[in-house]
Design a binder for this molecule. Structure first.
Ligand SMILES: Nc1ncnc2c1ncn2[C@@H]1O[C@H](COP(=O)(O)OP(=O)(O)O)[C@@H](O)[C@H]1O
Ligand SMILES: [Mg+2]
Length: 485
């Protein structure tokens, strides 16, 4: 666990008396208050100083008379809390600022304004129709169950030319809440923390591009170009010396049940309640890609679906400790068997695959007549053998995955890691819920195609050994029938 940062008394600069009141905590709070990306999420531990930073951020633009800003929370009660923080801060930081209670609007001496509003239902966005803001903030973003309001408000970001004001959309949030998943997909999954990235559509994963019907884009030759940058800045309790010096708050958070503690104290975005794999941890299980030596055993595993999804994972076995390296993934929909075979073989150019396992039902599924889906792929040179689908294989596969995710006490490392390029897998695995009726298994209504592929893969009991490259076993006999391993 990190040691709480020691903070020295801020240096007083006479000519910048403002900065004393706004002395940002070193680290992420400072990064948030100087970020230049259009959309930034400051997210993580409760008490990390996120709301404080959100109220402080508009101060960057209060000296510009054209500055028109909007800060929202989901409900009026929560908004009151934020207004009270602003009343502590603004009069000291920007002498002469006035708050109009009825309009809930700050008027700064330059003429700049900040409207503090609540935005509950999707329809509430109508309130801002026809308005233009240069800065929009959402405090506690995961409280919005869908991305609708966040995306709609992007259309309200505008400034007239020559104001020198950048367009800024800011959010803060704890993990958890009904919007946890879309927020995670929007800000956390696309790129490592603290790195700028081109914004993607959180549902399709496609980069947001300037549309051809945008006059601005046409005029500036931007059609088809990526539209805006995003960044995620993680917050932990220890970043905020105003709280962490007093161990009480930390002690209170430490006493919470594990999954809540990991959200609120560690600011961990990979936990969701009822998750089947709560032990999955980005810091432990996700690694930077490296070149995999040619002589390491490599294989692939797949779950095929035409109308839903096909998930394929490629796995290598590290001969030094028998660790599995999930180094590539494919997640596609509506791809025919022959085309899929081509895609797989192309991805594997120059690689020697020891074997591939595929859902055994694919040997039975065929059209009215003719070869099965498996046979059609094999005919194209993309070879597979059937995965273990015997009774009990779902549960034993899940148990084997748990064993793989565990940190091996001998090596101090997990028995399986994922390249950070396997984005869909890293996104889906930690959010797969347990089956409520059968906690031994995962909820099969979830996005589980890559999970199934991974399960088929680990159940082949892959080994690196030179003499154990037997590719025939399709099921295994537990050495301990009671425990299943
Ligand atoms: N830079 C700062 N200077 C002074 N107080 C701060 C600073 N950052 C945070 N705080 C204080 O720390 C406490 C927790 O911060 P808050 O913004 O409410 O956390 P969060 O929104 O992340 O839960 C608040 O009392 C806040 O006033
Ligand atoms: Mg807060």
């Amino acid at each position: 666990m990190k040691v709480p940062a020691k903070v020295k008394a801020p240096d007083v600069e006479v000519e910048k008396a403002q900065s004393v009141i706004f002395q940002a905590n070193p680290g992420p709070q400072t990064d948030f208050l100087s970020a230049s990306e259009q959309e930034v999420l400051y997210g993580g531990a409760a008490g990390g100083g996120k709301s404080y930073a959100m109220v402080a951020d508009p101060v960057r633009y209060v000296n510009n008379p054209k500055s028109n800003m909007l800060l929202v929370r989901r409900s009026t009660e929560e908004l009151r809390e934020l207004i009270s923080v602003s009343k502590d801060l603004y009069p000291k930081a920007v002498p002469g600022s006035k708050f109009l209670e009825r309009e809930k609007t700050w008027i700064f001496p330059s003429g700049a304004t900040l409207w503090m509003s609540y935005l509950d239902k999707d329809d509430d966005v109508q309130r801002y129709q026809g308005q233009a803001f240069n800065w929009i903030g959402f405090d506690e973003l995961t409280q919005w169950p869908s991305a609708y309001a966040w995306n709609y408000m992007r259309s309200r970001l505008r400034t007239s030319t020559g104001t020198g004001l950048p367009l800024i959309q800011r959010a803060t949030s704890n993990p958890g809440g009904s919007g946890h998943n879309w927020v995670k997909k929007t800000f956390i999954d696309p790129a490592p923390a603290n790195e700028s990235f081109w914004a993607v559509d959180h549902e399709t994963g496609d980069t947001l591009k300037w549309p051809a019907n945008s006059k601005f884009a046409v005029k500036n030759g931007l059609v088809g170009e990526p539209m805006l940058k995003r960044k995620f800045i993680p917050a932990t309790l220890f970043d905020n010396p105003y709280l962490s010096e007093d161990g009480m708050y930390e002690a209170n958070l430490l006493s919470l049940p594990e999954h809540i503690r990991r959200k609120l104290l560690d600011g961990d975005w990979d936990v969701s309640e009822g998750a089947a794999f709560p032990e999955f941890n980005r810091k432990v299980h996700v690694v930077e890609p490296f070149d995999i030596p040619d002589n390491w055993t490599k294989f692939r595993a797949a779950d095929y679906g035409y109308s839903s999804y096909t998930g394929i994972v490629w796995i290598a076995v590290d001969p030094t400790d028998e660790k599995l390296i999930v180094y590539r993934e494919l997640y596609v929909s509506k791809v025919l068997a022959e085309d899929l075979a081509d895609m797989v073989l192309l991805a594997e150019t120059g690689e020697r695959m020891r074997y591939g396992v595929l859902d055994s039902s694919l040997w039975h599924k065929r059209g009215d007549s003719g070869p099965s889906i498996a046979e059609r792929m094999i005919a194209k040179g993309c070879r597979w053998r059937p995965a273990d689908r015997s009774k009990g294989s779902r549960v034993s596969g899940k148990n084997e995955l748990h064993r793989r995710l565990q940190v091996d006490p001998d090596t101090g490392e997990p028995r399986m890691v994922f390249f950070n390029t396997c984005k869909k897998m890293i996104e889906q695995l930690p959010s797969i819920p347990l089956d409520k009726r059968n906690p031994e298994d995962v909820d099969t209504n979830s996005e589980d195609h890559l999970y199934d592929a991974l399960r088929y893969g680990v159940m082949t009991r892959p080994q690196s050994g030179y003499f154990t490259n037997d590719t025939t076993p399709t099921s295994y006999t537990p050495s301990d029938p009671m425990m299943g391993y």
